[in-house]
Structure formats: structure tokens, C-alpha cells
Design a protein around this ligand. Structure first.
Ligand code: R5P
Length: 282
């Protein structure tokens, strides 16, 4: 077995190869003068693990080319982050079901797919090969444990992320809850934990994705007003669009933590062990 990865997943790819104790394939990446991607894989193996997060359109094309370059191998695809997964329905007439388009395109030529905290597990049905969605909730829980916070409260920004918050909280037996938004006027909303009081507690807001950071920035401001001692933000996929990291830090958030499904300077949790564990069981 060997691991091969796209440019945008080279850190996670290398970590995964190390945990699996298998070689990583060297790949030459370049572009044609018109901007098209070119790549050439080094020595492959009968069994290949392809690692590639779809973080944008270029990453999607590069991943499809890499899969094709491995066509004579048995391919397992690790798709740590899947852009377009949030367009998982045709919300309005005339829209594409983008998650289905990407899932079907990436199923071609591979025998199995591993995703990590995919935005909505319902999307998995669009992959046309066997698939498994892995969760990093335990890894995030262990990271929080190592911060040695006193009685932290683990909060989901909405009820959709409550189960995830519960899995994170189980690492330390901490209280968990979700925020509830109350509209006070046309321009004013209040966000507070539904059942548990945040006053005098450090709070860790956990979510699958931090995109613009708007959800968490608003929540953090409200939690500080309610007397939370410190607010942290932790997520699996640090999309961090449009200056989100700086925006979050400017609200007084103590730290923003994400995993290496999207490779960022604040990627302090690795998905490698979790993915390796799943691959070893096959
Ligand atoms: C939404 O359902 C997701 O779980 C995240 O809460 C959302 O993508 C975060 O978006 P933003 O960071 O732009 O508020």
C-alpha cells in the first residue's frame, strides 16, 4: 500500500502515510501555460490511498486527475473535506444538487470512500461506491481536555450540531448544550444556551465548519455578555473564509482550533489516526 495526495492535502497525506507506516508517492504538480493542471505520479502500488480535500474548484480538478493517474491500482479515496456538501438539496427551482454532482464525479474509478464529518450524512447516498463517514469529535474532546479548563461548557451554535457537541463533551464528562437564537427586533437577536448557564464558565463552541465565522462571532459576544470567563472555538473544517480567523480573534475569542482536513496554521488536531484506524479495519 502507498499513500498519494493532492497539493492541498499534503500535510494530512504525509501524516497518514506515517501512521500507516507506508510510503508516500512523490507527485510532480505543474500547470500548462493556459492554467490547466498537469501532474505526474511517481511509482505507484497495487493498493493506493488517495487523499484530497476538495477545498475549491482547483482542488476538485486536481483530485480527479490524481485518481485517474492511479487507474491501474485498487483505490481508496480519503475525502477529508468536501466543498459543495452544503448545497445538499435543490432549495429553489433551477438549482443544481451540487453535493450529488461532486459525490458522483469522485466515485468514478475508486473502490471505497472515507469522508470526515461530512456536513450532512445524507449526502453519502450520492457516492456510488461503499463509503464511511468518520468523526473527529473524540480528537477535539482530547484537545480540549489538554487545555485543563475548569468545568468547561461545550456549546453547539445550533441544535443541528448538538449531537456533535455531546460527543465532544463525553471526553471529559462536561456539560453540553446548544445555543438558541431569539429575535428581539428586526435588527437585534439574542443567543443563549438553551438549558445551561454560561456565567463563570469557560465555553468551547464546537461546530463541523467555521466558514465566515459569523455564527461563532455573534455567539461569543453574547456569551461574554452573559459572564463566560473565556470563549474558545473548535471545529473540524476550518474554511475560514473572508478573514474569519482575524474576525473571530477580534471578538475576544481566546483561540480558534481546527483539524487538518483543511490545512491551516490553526490546524492543531489531525485526522490521520482516525482515518488510519478505519483503513486498517478494511
Ligand atoms: C451550518 O449548518 C454549519 O454547521 C456551520 O454552522 C456554518 O457553516 C458556519 O457558517 P459561518 O461560519 O459562515 O457562520
Amino acid at each position: 500500500m502507498k499513500v498519494i495526495c493532492t497539493e492541498r492535502s499534503q500535510v494530512l497525506g504525509a501524516r497518514l502515510a506515517k501512521v500507516l507506516q507506508v510510503p508516500i508517492v512523490d507527485v510532480t504538480f505543474s500547470r500548462f501555460p493556459d492554467g490547466e493542471y498537469y501532474l505526474r505520479a511517481g511509482d505507484l502500488d497495487d493498493e493506493i490511498v488517495v487523499v484530497g480535500s476538495v477545498v475549491d474548484n482547483d482542488a476538485l480538478v486536481q483530485l480527479m486527475l490524481l485518481i485517474d493517474a492511479c487507474e491501474h491500482s485498487h483505490i481508496r479515496l480519503v475525502l477529508p473535506y468536501m466543498a459543495y456538501a452544503r448545497q445538499d438539496k435543490q432549495f429553489k427551482q433551477g438549482e443544481p444538487l451540487s453535493a450529488r454532482v461532486v459525490a458522483m464525479a469522485l466515485s468514478r474509478g475508486v473502490s471505497e470512500i472515507f469522508t470526515v464529518n461530512i456536513h450532512d450524512p445524507d449526502v453519502l447516498k450520492y457516492f456510488t461506491v461503499p463509503k464511511q463517514n468518520l468523526s473527529l469529535a473524540r480528537g477535539i474532546g482530547s484537545y480540549i481536555e489538554a487545555l485543563h479548563l475548569k468545568d468547561p461548557l461545550i456549546l453547539a451554535p445550533d441544535d443541528g450540531a448538538l449531537a456533535f457537541a455531546g460527543q465532544v463533551a463525553s471526553a471529559g464528562g462536561w456539560d453540553f448544550d446548544h445555543l438558541e437564537k431569539t429575535r428581539l427586533s428586526d435588527i437585534e437577536v439574542r443567543m443563549a444556551p438553551k438549558k445551561v448557564c454560561a456565567a463563570s464558565h469557560p465555553v468551547v463552541i464546537v461546530d463541523d465548519i467555521i466558514s465566515t465565522g459569523g455564527t461563532i462571532a455573534t455567539a461569543a459576544g453574547m456569551l461574554y455578555q452573559q459572564g463566560a470567563t473565556d470563549v474558545y472555538a473548535a471545529c473540524v473544517h476550518g474554511v475560514l473564509a473572508n478573514g474569519a480567523y482575524a474576525r473571530l480573534m477580534s471578538t475576544g475569542i481566546r483561540d480558534v482550533i481546527c483539524s487538518d482536513t483543511i490545512e491551516r496554521a490553526c490546524s492543531r488536531i489531525s485526522a490521520a489516526e482516525r482515518i488510519a484506524g478505519a483503513i486498517r479495519k478494511r
